[in-house]
Design a protein around this ligand. Sequence first.
Ligand code: GTP
Ligand code: MG
Length: 338
Amino acid sequence: MARDWSDLFITAEAGRPEGSGASDAEGEPDAGRQRGGLLRRLRASMSRTRQALGSEIQATLFGVLDEHTWERLEEALIMADVGASTTASVVATLESEAAAGSLEGGEALSERLIGLLAETARVGDGRIDIRAEPTVIMAVGVNGTGKTTTIGKLAWHLRNELGASVLLAAADTFRAAASEQLEGWALRAGCEIVTGPEGSDPGAVAFEAIAQARSRGVDVVIVDTAGRLHTQEDLMGELGKVRRVIARQLEGAPHETLLTLDATTGQNGLRQARLFAETAHVTGVVLTKLDGTARGGIALAIARELGLPVKLIGVGESVEDLRPFDPEDFARALIADS
Ligand SMILES: Nc1nc2c(ncn2[C@@H]2O[C@H](COP(=O)(O)OP(=O)(O)OP(=O)(O)O)[C@@H](O)[C@H]2O)c(=O)[nH]1
Ligand SMILES: [Mg+2]
């Protein structure tokens, strides 16, 4: 999975095999330092979950192991929203390995717990292929989950980390304020934007954006859409229409459909997302607002519960607060003391 931005994107110049970015980072002092800084930031933004979980981990895995240990550990993981089925399977494996004598001491147990949690959170390679020209990325999700903010941050990183040209499509024509919000992000990220009048056809905005991107040789088009509930059949139908307009115009597009999910809505959000994912051809999840919850364990349950990789996480409102998701780094940020 992706540990930094150059790992996350598959580009024509640097179609590197998975994991090579991490070893590069170790080889270069600057990149290594940068990675250390990113991990510290991740730990800081996950502090609410870590504080809630950390004391329970200390009390269970670092104490005397008995039947209460495993029950208490299960409760703590479920409280952190790791999810009942993920928790049950991870704790059962840990318990049997401890009973077999292959793990001794709190350090070994918590390291193994990190490994088991990371394993369950892996599905696919979690990367985003931007080799198609242009690549079309669509953002979908329930109202207020962070679609527009994520698009803005993503555009900024594509421009600044990869030097890619980006065009935003304001296909949320539902409210005039939605276009204005995306215009603000286009300005910040230094990219172009295509908008349409309030109430106009969102498919027409997406169409125009792709036409402009093709004629100008833009690398990535990101399409914003209006928030909607999975239960609103007409609005879900509209999403399908936008998708078809894009697909007819450009073969293979949209190449990536990202579902934004608000981590603070927990298991409830997960249920909504399941239905959303079924109808919207979602290829990956962006889990937002992880900074605002003590239940960040949900990031580790999504792959298992939805069968989709988490590709990006949002840990705040500024541009730097979007980052590629790496299950191992994430599990460590939640569990390890240092
Ligand atoms: N703390 C925090 N706030 C976030 C994050 N991502 C988004 N937000 C905030 O959440 C609010 C809603 O974000 P939007 O990007 O407008 O959400 P949206 O999905 O586009 O909303 P609609 O277009 O109305 O459906 C804004 O105030 C964002 O600043 C995050 O990772 N952390
Ligand atoms: Mg929006």
